[in-house]
Design a protein around this ligand. Sequence first.
Ligand SMILES: Cc1ncc(C[n+]2csc(CCOP(=O)(O)OP(=O)(O)O)c2C)c(N)n1
Ligand SMILES: [Mg+2]
Length: 654
Amino acid sequence: MTDHVAGAESDPVGSRLPAQEPSAAALESAPDLGPATDAGSDPPGARSPILDALPVAPAEPADGRGPAPGPAVGQAPDGSALPEFEPGEATAVRPSATAAPPTTAAAWLARALRAAGLRYAFTVPGESFLPLLDALDEVGIAVVATRHEAGAGFMAEAYGQLTGRPAAVIVTRAVGAANLGIALHTALADSTPLLAIAGQVERRFLGREAFQEADLVGSVGALAKWAAEPATAAELPALVDEGLRRATAGRPGPVLLSIPEDVFTEPLDAPLPERSPTPAPSARPDPVLVRSILQLLACAERPVILAGGGVLRARCSTDLVRLAELLRVPIVAAWRRGDVVPNDHPLYLGMAGHGAPPTVLERLRSADALLVLGCRLNEVTTYGYEIPAPGTRWAHVDVEPRGGRVGLRPPDLALAADARAFLRAALTRLANGVLDAAVADARAARNAADRAAFEAASVVEAGDWAGPGVHPGRVVATLRRLLPEAAILTTDAGNFAGWAARGFRFRRPGTFLGPTSGAMGYAVPAAVAAALIHRDRPVVALVGDGGMAMTMAELETAVRERVRPIVVVFDNERYGMIRMHQDAGRSRGIATDLGPVDFAAVGRALGGRGVRIETDDAVGPALRDALAADRPTVLHLVVDRRWVSVNDHPFATR
Ligand SMILES: Cc1ncc(C[n+]2csc(CCOP(=O)(O)OP(=O)(O)O)c2C)c(N)n1
Ligand SMILES: [Mg+2]
């Protein structure tokens, strides 16, 4: 057996501590909020603005109109129920015990995956794993043929992001595994559970530079969280168990099993793994740390919560909103995690990173206290590791808080916990106290001003553009107006994405798929997977002409699978983002101009619909038709090259 582990992996929280939620009574009996003596203690001389042991006061509306019944836990500001992240049909599947004992490793593997709750396998087939395809079909795992392994991998990645459970992607030898690499890297960046299986050359050919042979564990496997290759069928059960555990435990991620072709046909009669790949419930977070973190937020002048994918994965957006409301602390979303809370909430101040209005960085910089929740603080979210700013005291609550490992100043408080466990403990503790009225009023006023500044700075449809081509900001405004709140958006990499990042408003958690790897080619396959999982919801892929051409063949996969994503192509006939960097002086305009492609015709050629759009007025009607259509639709938007980025409007420079 060979294996590889990417980075140091800490133990999953749930494996070290009792796997149960804390009882309310246990938390109530924990020490009350009060002056703390540890790293999270009040600044010298500060009085805690949380008044202990008072009855719970109803939250006041953020507009300061005086006492009024505030939204209850789980309610939106208007009192309606906040929609929680819908996990999709796949999470409802229970492991199915199998009756007849399997006879080969392939049959055993298929049964094991089915028993572990896997529902989908995305693949480009290869001769190295044919028995597995039959076996998967026999146990009822849907095998979806795709047009490229990157497409297959992105579909599995999107599945994992939306459901929190791994899908399988199956590829052949070096050629398929190499094509898959980008999706493994994306799943690692996105902390997405994913099981990749590569058919390897037969064992007797290993190490002989055989046809399509490569060291898959040592090469592509290095892009995964963990990779291994069984030497015999007998080694397979332990590796499958280990792989599924690592895919979902701690910080989730992709794992790769490289399986020699002849292992699949070896006899194997072993018990199926008992564990379903559902993360174990989180343990109770340290109550002293929870108290200290609440004190940090309560005592600050300009606190902010920076929330990431861990909140989505733990499905606790409602609890996050409630905590923010109780403490009157605004929320900034991590880059490409803009759906972490409903964006129309008055405490939402935008998504950090590329495309963000300047108010987001300003607000993060001016924070004297920052709670980073379920977020790994990547380079883009932190604006090149500038956030947390030097003057900000910060707490990191994450399944794997990173300390100073990535060039960031170590947090003042670090709590290894999943977001839900932290929020539940924090909300329970806050039931014993309310925010001092003067502090609450001051925060309400400042929060309202911050929200107004964010709204003003995130208008993207302004300006008197009359063509040629569409106004990208107005396209986003039209999407915002016409899409129902359950619609799922996927995005690719490129400058076109800036208008949506700034101007779109997600109204429900779990409605956005964007790769924090910045991988081009993601949006279309991710949209196909989202449409497979949520057949009843509109799915819209946003993509540039460059990214579209990388994976547009997956539209045929959508047609074959009878799903109908809408693909909005922003076509400026260039690799616009890279050209922007060139024009900024770093180099000449080499290799960034592209020729015309009739993307609408491509949509039709692949079995879907296609519409070429050259004016703003045509966007709405075409989108309405696409929403009602029975097939995928490509909306091919002509975009003038003067639209360089969301920061750089052509009408402003003329
Ligand atoms: C797979 C991959 N290759 C290269 C890049 C570098 N890259 C980032 S944006 C970009 C251009 C994207 O062009 P397009 O999709 O047309 O969008 P635009 O910027 O023109 O709006 C490139 C090449 C990348 N992010 N991913
Ligand atoms: Mg382009």
